[in-house]
Design a protein around this ligand. Structure first.
Ligand code: RP5
Length: 163
């Protein structure tokens, strides 16, 4: 695949209810002018859709997949098993176990199929966007520079003394 094409991210999630968290990944990517497609793909409710998505991910020029899931969160691992594109898993904060179930399901992948796992909820979704940007930044100077600018601004915003 040519490096020019390696600029698109897929954001997938198990349910509409995940979007209130996953929209933050989209916001971050948009702030870096990175193209993304957002889809609902459930490992257990729409397994055929999941299979088709993952098998066609490379053909569709995705360079990173961000997958948000809650509860017994098998979506990121299942997708990672079907493609060699890097998968970042976002544990959604579930009602009953506050996302601990999601976190442990996503982070505890047995050896052989990795899923890069971020924090539970909004912070994780934001970091997933930033992580995807840094992967894309390896091939794309504009994105890399924007990321460096973002970090510089962030550092400058931290006051030396508390009020
Ligand atoms: C998972 O089940 C989804 O990722 C979601 O976090 C969770 C609950 O889904 P809904 O019952 O809200 O559709 O598949």
């Amino acid at each position: 695949m040519s490096s020019k094409k390696l600029n698109k991210v897929a954001i997938i999630m198990g349910s509409q209810s995940d979007y209130s968290t996953m929209k933050y990944s989209k916001k971050v990517l948009q702030s870096f002018s990175i193209k993304c497609d957002v889809k609902i793909v459930s490992a257990h409710r729409t397994p055929k859709r999941m299979f088709e998505f993952a098998k066609n991910a490379e053909r569709n020029n995705y360079s990173v997949i961000i997958a948000g899931a809650g509860g017994s969160a098998h979506l990121p691992g299942m997708v990672a098993s079907l493609t060699s594109i890097p998968v970042i898993g976002v544990p959604i904060e579930s009602k009953k176990l506050k996302g601990m179930d999601s976190l442990l399901s996503i982070v505890q992948m047995p050896k052989g199929i990795p899923v890069g796992t971020v924090a539970i909820g909004k912070d994780g979704a934001i970091n997933a966007g930033l992580y995807a940007a840094s992967i894309i930044g390896l091939q794309n100077k504009k994105v890399k520079n924007s990321l460096l600018k973002f970090r510089l601004k962030q550092s400058k915003s931290v006051k030396k003394k508390p009020k």
